[in-house]
Design a protein around this ligand. Structure first.
Ligand code: PMP
Length: 399
């Protein structure tokens, strides 16, 4: 008899390396496998499940809207899109938005907006606009986006890539200033690098980038697909540095943990570059996604989850630091967005994840021989303590 894992491996492309668990149910910050075994979800679907699995308000919005009207395309106006974008803009300080589905699509939208803005507003000669991104970035998996990547694993074997992209080290504002030319349209940055291993830049970095972008008339685009919506203890991670970007991408948690919902949000001058027919998506901004996205934003704010992320994040960081393990070389993060790096000579992050799973704690390794702890923001302090205790036991096993 073929097992569930064998069947998936037989029919699904092998573009992931899943841990050997078969999940069947979730509630809040907990998951259960097909045999009924309980796990603490310390990954939250790469930060997409911030409100927890099966949040009652999200399920209600989802089912009510699905039974009323789910998708009709943007060939028509619908009741849900305006209120959703209005709320998203009010919360982020942006003037307008363009709805998409996945994070990568929101980033692609940002790249197109930046180029068109450069030609139509800044006066860059046609075909010459350049966009600067950071080394070790992660913005998604499309050809243009991986063309901006410095990570061989993402890029190799998929070229050629579009031209017009430059790269600077993350966290180095002077390097950004040196890289800017008159043709530079935008600087695209993750306020905290997520997939690179949860890398926090030096304080003041984004504020310095903001000044440099203003001086050179370059758009500052914050990719907050992962860091946004309370993940780092603020609505947007940019707020840690007290800045407002010219444009923001949101995704992941915007879908309430049930749907892909993303947004490109921007200042008036930028959002207004789009004209009928020059960009779009069949599903982007559909009534179901808009209803769920609106509810996700409302839940986040009304249930105090942003503050909760900040408080629990402090608690998590201090209990991790209290582990005092020589196997841990670095602990990085803000809010419930934490990377724990291990001494590669002594243990791999992959092994730590395997052993944590055996103790009922699920997460995934990431770059820099690190694991992430980014649970749903609704997690209880007790479950966080349980996860840290499991990590303590794993470290004593491999020490
Ligand atoms: N931007 C960032 C910062 C991300 O972390 C991710 C996903 N990890 C993406 C974009 C891409 O999002 P998606 O997988 O929904 O396309």
């Amino acid at each position: 008899m073929t097992t569930t894992i064998e069947r998936e491996a037989r029919w699904c492309a092998h573009n992931y390396q899943p841990l050997p668990v078969v999940l069947a149910r979730g509630q809040g910050a907990l998951l259960w496998d097909e045999g009924g075994r309980r796990f603490i979800d310390m990954m939250g679907c790469y930060s997409a499940v911030s409100l927890g699995h099966g949040h009652p308000r999200i399920l209600k919005a989802l089912t009510e809207q699905a039974s009323r009207l789910a998708v009709v395309s943007r060939a028509y106006h619908t009741t849900r899109l305006g209120p959703f974008l209005e709320l998203a803009c009010r919360l982020t300080g942006m003037d307008g938005g363009l709805p998409m589905n996945t994070g990568a699509e929101a980033v692609e939208t940002a790249l197109k907006a930046a180029r068109k803005w450069a030609y139509t507003v800044k006066g860059v000669p046609p075909g010459q606009a350049r966009i600067i991104s950071c080394a070790d970035n992660f913005h998604g998996r499309t050809i243009a986006i991986i063309g901006m990547s410095s990570v061989a694993q993402y890029r190799d074997g998929f070229g050629p890539y579009p031209a017009g992209f430059d790269q600077v080290p993350f966290g180095d504002a002077e390097a950004l200033e040196r890289a800017i030319t008159p043709d530079t349209a935008a600087f695209l940055v993750e306020p905290i690098q997520g997939e690179a291993g949860i890398v926090v830049p030096p304080p003041g970095y984004l504020a310095a980038c903001r000044r440099i972008c203003d001086d050179h008339r370059v758009l500052l685009i914050a990719d907050e697909v992962q860091t946004g919506l309370g993940r780092t203890g603020r609505l947007l991670a940019c707020e840690h540095d007290g800045i407002t970007p010219d444009a923001v991408t949101l995704g992941k948690a915007l879908g309430g943990g049930v749907l892909p919902v993303s947004l490109f949000l921007a200042r008036r001058e930028v959002i207004d570059v789009f004209r009928p027919g020059d960009h779009g998506s069949t599903f982007g901004g559909n009534p179901l996604a808009a209803a769920v996205g609106h509810e996700a934003l409302s839940v986040l704010v009304e249930e105090g989850l942003i503050e909760r992320s900040a408080e629990l994040g402090e608690r998590l960081l201090s209990s991790l630091r209290g582990l005092g393990s020589p196997l841990i070389t670095q602990i990085r993060g803000k809010g419930l967005f934490v990377g724990i790096q291990f001494d590669a000579a002594r243990v791999t992050a992959h092994e730590v994840c395997d052993r944590l799973a055996a103790k009922g704690v699920l997460t995934k390794d990431t770059h820099r021989n690190s694991i992430r702890f980014a649970p749903p923001l609704v997690i209880t302090p007790e479950l966080l303590d349980e996860a840290v205790a499991a990590l303590r036991r794993v470290l004593s096993e491999v020490a």
